[in-house]
Design a protein around this ligand. Structure first.
Ligand code: UDP
Ligand code: MG
Length: 339
């Protein structure tokens, strides 16, 4: 088997504190893999600068001048983790046999990259990094994550348990992913839908070694909500069910009230009235809100806006130059031979 060309995609948003160390550590991994002849020597680290406001992009450019493994693309503005990952993967797919995605803070165990490659070489198209335990996370993050997975499952979204976006995909799988044109990106939900043979690699997740999390609670909640409403219509069904239940309940109460009236026991009725107004009002608002959420999604989908815009693409330039240099020199044309 020829050595596969691996590209490691690393999304970065204001990561000036970690970029250098990340490059250093990942370069060592790549060098070792190349020496072992497990990957092609043109394998790359592809940094995706997700519209950082700090010096992240300048650092990436500087390092790419001196380190042949490092290249980058710069997105025109901050689009978020998922679209940034997609930008990197779809760009990398053009020149790579397989693409690995990992966060810039190296919380995911990079010594396992070798295992990802071995699985790929065994013929798996998708390899999921799965976390062994969540000991390094805060109690809050750990519990919310567990609840999130449970809830998703209940809602009919099938994702790989304890898998974030530490994942290897073959070119074939990425080509397929490219056909998924949806705007509401939730890669963890889409990738299992692609099919293909998949395997998992277990690892321990570490602390972020510098900088701070770019995922505050608000972003996490949005992400969770998007995950659910992009993949499942169970919430809408649930609301319909609640609607039916309240309808029947009010029917029963209504008959009770009528009977009471006929029998002449008319009660003041204020309490029940107020309660039902609030109850029905609440349910209606809930339903309308939820339907609105889906309509919002449809609104986004029909616009078909692009996920991202690439401002600078060092990566393609570098890969094209490499391809050009390694291709055999053009042979003399007949015209040149005779003249
Ligand atoms: N990230 C990004 N765009 C964003 C937010 C985050 O590209 O808008 C990147 C970030 O630089 C990091 C990865 O996504 O490489 C994961 O973010 P972070 O480590 O802050 O999340 P956590 O590990 O705390 O969930
Ligand atoms: Mg992190």
């Amino acid at each position: 088997m020829n050595e596969p060309l691996l590209t490691i995609v690393i999304p970065c948003y204001n990561e000036e504190k970690v970029v250098k160390e990340t490059v250093a550590q990942l370069s060592i991994v790549l060098v070792k893999l190349v020496q072992e002849q497990l990957i092609h020597k043109n394998s790359k680290l592809l940094f995706v600068d997700d519209g950082s406001q700090d010096h992240t992009w300048r650092l990436i450019m500087e390092i790419s001048d001196v380190n042949p493994f490092v290249t980058g693309i710069k997105l025109a503005r901050n689009v978020g983790h998922q679209p940034a990952l997609l930008a990197g993967m779809l760009q990398a797919r053009k020149y790579s046999d397989c693409v690995l995605t990992i966060d810039a803070d190296l919380q995911d165990d990079i010594s396992k990259i070798r295992d990802f490659i071995l699985k790929y070489r065994d013929g798996y198209d998708v390899v999921y990094g799965v976390r062994n335990k969540r000991a390094t996370d805060t109690f809050f993050k750990r519990t919310t994550a567990i609840l999130f997975y449970r809830f998703l499952k209940k809602m009919g979204v099938h994702i790989v348990h304890n898998h974030a976006d530490y994942r290897l995909m073959s070119k074939r799988a990425l080509d397929e992913l490219n056909h998924y044109k949806e705007r509401n990106l939730f890669l963890r939900g889409i990738v299992p839908l692609l099919g293909f043979r998949s395997a998992t690699v277990l690892y321990d997740r570490k602390e972020r070694f510098a900088g701070e999390s770019k995922y505050p609670l608000k972003k996490m909640l949005t992400f969770a909500f998007d995950g659910i409403t992009s993949f499942s219509i169970t919430p809408i069904r649930f609301i319909t069910l609640v609607g039916f239940l309240s309808f029947f309940t009010s029917g029963i109460f209504g008959s009770y009230a009528v009977i009471q009236r006929i029998l002449g026991y008319t009660t003041p009725g204020w309490t029940s009235l107020i309660i039902s107004i609030w109850l029905i009002g609440g349910i209606q608002l809930m339903g309308v809100g939820l339907i609105g959420e889906y309509i919002g999604k449809i609104y986004k989908e029909v616009k078909q806006r692009p996920h991202y815009a690439i401002e600078t693409d060092l990566y393609s330039v570098r890969m094209q130059a490499q391809e050009w240099l390694s291709s055999p020199a053009p042979s003399m044309t007949d015209h040149e031979k005779t003249s």
